[in-house]
Design a binder for this molecule. Structure first.
Ligand code: THU
Length: 170
């Protein structure tokens, strides 16, 4: 393979980090339930006339504040932004320098169809990775669809074990 010495294979075990736990909503602690309910409320602020797929995000910050986000679409499709990034960027402005402890994401559709929890897209994971790197602590992630099942992960590396970071160019 290009850039490899001789026949040496590159392999690494990423499995140990990739644990997503499933919980019933009622089994979660009060703080997490509250965060998920905040993300659910944020659904009402989504602007998704094109996809009709609504995403609400809520961040719990170290100072106890909750910052909301939702997906914001545009007729020029790539100009829109995901819920996760609207929340993460809003937190960077409104609560600059305050660590993010957890992020809750809830998805729904305007026709009321049943949806499983949705994993954040690669661009949102990339932004979340940099948030973790800047604050030097992982961000817990909670994902919920229309049912009572909630997925929990201990940080972005669960979803993005090999992300791009500045060590690549410095
Ligand atoms: N979306 C999010 O808000 N977060 C994601 O991680 C993936 C997708 C939004 C973008 C767009 O408004 C709609 O969902 C359909 O892609």
């Amino acid at each position: 393979m290009l850039g490899m010495e001789g026949n040496q294979e590159f392999s690494t075990n990423i499995q140990r980090n990739c644990v997503v736990r499933g919980h019933h909503f009622d089994a979660l602690d009060e703080r997490v339930r509250h965060l998920l309910l905040s993300a659910h409320k944020a659904l009402a602020t989504a602007y998704a006339p094109y996809s009709k797929f609504f995403v609400g995000a809520a961040l719990l910050l170290e100072n106890g504040k909750v910052i909301l986000g939702s997906n914001q679409e545009n007729a020029a499709y790539p100009s829109g932004l995901c819920a996760e990034r609207t929340a993460l960027f809003a937190a960077g402005v409104q609560e600059n320098g305050v660590s993010v402890l957890a992020m809750a994401i809830v998805v729904a559709r305007s026709d009321g169809a049943e949806l499983a929890p949705a994993f954040p897209c690669g661009s949102c994971l990339q932004v979340l990775m940099e948030v973790e790197r800047r604050q030097k602590t992982p961000v817990k992630v909670y994902l919920k669809g229309t049912g009572q099942q909630v997925y929990e992960a201990d940080g972005v590396s669960v979803f993005l074990p090999f992300g791009f970071d500045p060590s690549a160019f410095s």
